[in-house]
Design a protein around this ligand. Structure first.
Ligand SMILES: Cc1cc2nc3c(=O)[nH]c(=O)nc-3n(C[C@H](O)[C@H](O)[C@H](O)COP(=O)(O)OP(=O)(O)OC[C@H]3O[C@@H](n4cnc5c(N)ncnc54)[C@H](O)[C@@H]3O)c2cc1C
Length: 417
């Protein structure tokens, strides 16, 4: 039976970031870190592919140039109140990639730097042993001292080795439409659009439109995000997104082409037409009280919990990877594999605080007081500027205290020197 110091299950951003941070901290681990993935890269991942500026900082820190095709977004259009829209111009707000290309870049870099990867190998069972974990895949069995659960929203590692706990679950549905079939000006304007108007009808989420490049062809990625079971039903989400796609489509697209869609959800295909594919995937949100580790096991990325307000998860995947690598290096040095402090370290870090604040924000923006908070956000440009900087991790705002943010909103920001 093959043995590795560390086996990382899942080679998305969280798994590869963990491997890359480990290899940076301790190059001697080369050859002793195994990434296992059921898919084969470049694999499809249902995702809008928005990288906030903080994700680019994480890539820089790991010395990974963004060499895959991407579209830069410099402005945002937000609709939250009827008849009122806000356009924010910050420059460098987001870079939009395709996940098949981006994740493949991360995997190639991790393997070039010394991680081993086995693809097309699904993990089907994890068995706790006195001094580690036995990892059973469709092809073989491994033994390891540390398992990293980087296996996404439905994490088998979380279910089998940590235990399922209550957590906010979101769902996102999306579709890619060639710009040539739409009237949308967002691609040329380098803009992305967020539409929170359906919150008034009970949606705990929003619609988005992101510019993107698929095989060098300009597209708009249209999607809808919904948090929790008390929000829209699946059918209502599909209807809402279908209506949005129709609204974006040019008058020349034929009626039947515009209203028929094919629905793919978690690998299941719901067929009600042939033309456009709607693709859905669950998003497991972060819950501060939930354990993120157990002896010989740590969770990262969506397996640990993404942010529930907007469903953004790539920057958090990178940050979880950095925290996990630090905890793993300490465990390998001290031979203490309990990972007792891991959950607390995350909870008390700026990462845990940012996730917890975004969880709290769902109560404000998707709750009974939604109109009040959206009105405040729509009318106050300083709040918009600080909020965007905080969310995007610009100028270190994501690591500053809430009081500092409140002071900056009340006083003039940015201060003139
Ligand atoms: C429609 C949609 C739009 C989104 N848009 C954005 C966005 O614009 N920006 C953003 O930041 N985030 C976005 N997200 C969230 C983002 O996709 C995730 O947060 C991110 O992919 C998390 O990375 P990860 O590495 O934790 O998990 P994943 O990327 O899901 O990777 C998990 C990996 O584990 C593998 N795996 C799973 N089970 C097993 C198993 N049993 N054995 C072996 N391998 C296994 C999978 O094949 C996969 O490669 C979006 C999500 C959705 C659904």
């Amino acid at each position: 039976m093959e043995c590795f110091d560390v086996i990382i299950i899942g080679s998305g951003p969280a798994g590869t970031a963990t491997a890359l941070n480990l290899l940076r901290a301790d190059p001697a681990l080369a050859g002793n870190i195994l990434l296992l993935d059921k898919a084969v890269h470049p694999r499809e991942k249902i995702c809008a592919g928005g990288l906030i500026p903080h994700t680019l900082d994480c890539l820089n820190a790991l010395e990974i140039p963004l060499t895959v095709p991407h579209v830069q977004v410099n402005r945002a259009r937000v609709q939250a109140l009827p008849g009122h829209e806000v356009v924010c111009e910050e420059g460098g707000m987001c870079s939009i990639i395709r996940r098949n290309e981006f994740d493949f870049l991360l995997v190639r870099t991790a393997t070039e730097r010394g991680a081993e990867i086995r693809q097309g190998e699904k993990v089907i069972r994890l068995v706790r042993e006195p001094d580690g974990i036995r990892v059973v895949t469709e092809k073989t069995t491994y033994r390891t001292r540390i398992v990293v659960g980087a296996d996404g929203s439905g994490s088998r590692v979380r279910r089998q080795l940590i235990g399922q706990t209550r957590q906010p679950v979101g769902k996102a549905i999306m579709s890619d439409v060639p710009i040539s079939e739409t009237d949308w000006d967002g691609f040329v304007q380098q803009r992305y659009d967020f539409n929170f108007l359906p919150v008034q009808d009970g949606l705990r989420g929003y619609l988005w439109a992101f510019p993107c490049l698929i095989d060098q062809v300009a597209h708009v990625n249209l999607g809808i995000y919904s948090l929790g079971v008390n929000s829209f039903s699946n059918a209502a989400l599909q209807d809402c997104l279908s209506a949005e796609i129709n609204a974006f489509s040019t008058a020349t697209a034929s009626k039947s082409e515009r209203v028929q869609h094919r629905m793919v959800s978690g690998g299941h295909v719901y067929s009600f037409g042939q033309t456009r594919r709607l693709r859905a995937f669950p998003i497991h949100g972060y819950a501060p009280e939930r354990p993120l580790a157990a002896p010989h096991v740590v969770l990262v990325g969506d397996a640990a919990g993404a942010e529930p307000l907007m469903g953004e998860g790539i920057s958090f995947a990178f940050e979880y990877g950095a925290f996990a690598a630090q905890a793993i290096c300490e465990a390998l040095q001290t031979k203490d594999f309990s990972f007792d402090a891991y959950t607390r370290t995350i909870t008390q870090s700026w990462l845990g605080k940012k996730l917890a604040r975004l969880s709290f924000a769902t109560k404000l923006f998707y709750g009974r007081t939604a109109r009040l908070w959206f009105t405040l956000a729509a009318r106050n440009t300083r709040l918009q500027s600080i909020g965007l900087k905080w969310y995007n991790g610009v100028d270190g705002w994501h690591q500053r205290s809430g009081w500092e943010a409140v002071r900056a909103v009340i006083n003039r920001y940015p201060r003139q020197p």
